[in-house]
Design a protein around this ligand. Sequence first.
Ligand code: NA7
Length: 538
Amino acid sequence: MSANDQVQHQLDAVIIGAGFSGMYQMHCLRDRLGLSVLGLEMAEGVGGTWYWNRYPGARCDSESHSYSYYFSEELLKTWTWSERYPGYAEILRYLNFVADRYDLKRSFKFKTKVVSAHYDEAANCWEVCTDDGTRYRTRFLISAVGNLSSANIPTIPGLEQFKGKWYHTGQWPHEGVDFSGLRVGVVGTGSTGIQAIPVIAEQAKTLTVFQRTANYSIPAHNGPLDDAFKAYCKERPEEIRAIMHATPNGHPFYISETLALSRSEEERRTIYEKAWEKGGLRFRASFKDLLSSEAANQTAAEFIKQKIRKTVKDPRKAQLLSDIDHPFAAKRPPIDTNYFETYNLDHVDLVNIREDPITSIVNTGIQTKNALFELDAIVFATGFDAMTRPVLNLNLKGRHGQKLEDAWHAGPLNYLGLQVPGFPNFFMVTGPGSPGVLVNMPVAIEQHVEWISDCIAHMRAKDLHHVEAQAQASAQWMQEVNQAAAATLLPKAKHSWYLGANIPGKPRVFMPYAGGMAHYRKRCETITANGYEGFLMA
Ligand code: NA7
């Protein structure tokens, strides 16, 4: 037995992940509650999603002043964002700034992967094993592993034969990639592909985009923030916070109360034109019913399709890009800088792989049913095995040795996205069942982290040692998650990662809670006020 095989001393909490969630969870449990806490993180540093997603053009679609922690006035007053939408490098600087300000890094063990964890019922604690053979015993186990951290690399025959280099955007080399003079292929036109394609096109000799599903995109109109706006953010953070807490999606702007069809076609067009000029996710807020009424949604969808057809000069490309098969915003709507304009460049081509599917990768490039595309580099912007896979990869075993994989075989059973029945004292931050991925993430993260911390504080105050979601409450919550989704157009995007439909064999279950962040927050508050209704505490 090596020294590492020794079981380490008993901890109060282990937090897995050092992104937005894990860092704040560490601060709450270690600094506010005074618990003994260890953080475990696979990466070499903090940052989570932003540590890995360093592809060209990687940028957040939440506005920077809202993509921040709001728990500390001091942080809000000291940090200044430079652009409307922050790029990954600036977000990484921000998260390092916060980590240093609260001295968080000393409590994380980096370059350490959790390989398994099991609940020891007799001792009421979790034993967590890491890839260096160390075992930790802890009362509480908290997953802060993020939703989009498990890359989906398509299994296309022949990839290993490819002579050039290939990349997945979610595992981008830290030293960057120089595409100058190369013939590059990009597979995937989700938010990531849409951000990366214009930037790669600036460098590449030729760029071939392999599109399976055409996508909407709204111009981001990104740019430097002016001094007046920077001053507003520092002077009125409580006003911004109040808006983010009041809106269903946690963004710093209100959704219009107007129904799309209550306006004449001309009035609607004027509203859409103005929203197009503002850009970003604000476009989605143009009318109240864009995500609930198909007829309303069609007016927005048609407006965007017209914009695409007007922007893209080549009629074949314009047709392919505007032939969109799902309602607007049924997938998280990408926002872009020059995405559609990029297709006007002579060296950028578009292949419809729905009609002419990729059959294999050969040593010289991508082979479709009808043609060979010779390439020097391939970029997979093919997304993630989202929401469940990062948690499943922890190889958890709960009570009676039940594997999480088995508990979730038909879909990710949970209560409020926070706990799973049969897995006592295990919490998830923005897991499946949470509104997290449908909203401005930091708003959901702060709420979840604070709820978990308050729950643990409550247990300590009452000398309770065990908290577990009740099976019935969890089943009921799954119904609510389904009903909330069914009241929207979100399930109409057949290939969406919200449904698990992007991963072959994954259960088709709408995973996030679509009832809105404000409603979810109230729901959690009521549950707490009713003595943690739906949770077993002992
Ligand atoms: P997404 O949104 O899942 O997009 C992935 C893209 O890759 C999408 O166009 C997919 O087409 C395409 N894809 C996936 N698998 C394949 C295969 N096997 N062959 C061809 N094309 C494929 O991931 P992103 O990284 O862009 O965005 C994820 C989230 O990050 C986003 O929602 C924001 O919240 C931030 P499909 O549509 O499935 O036909």
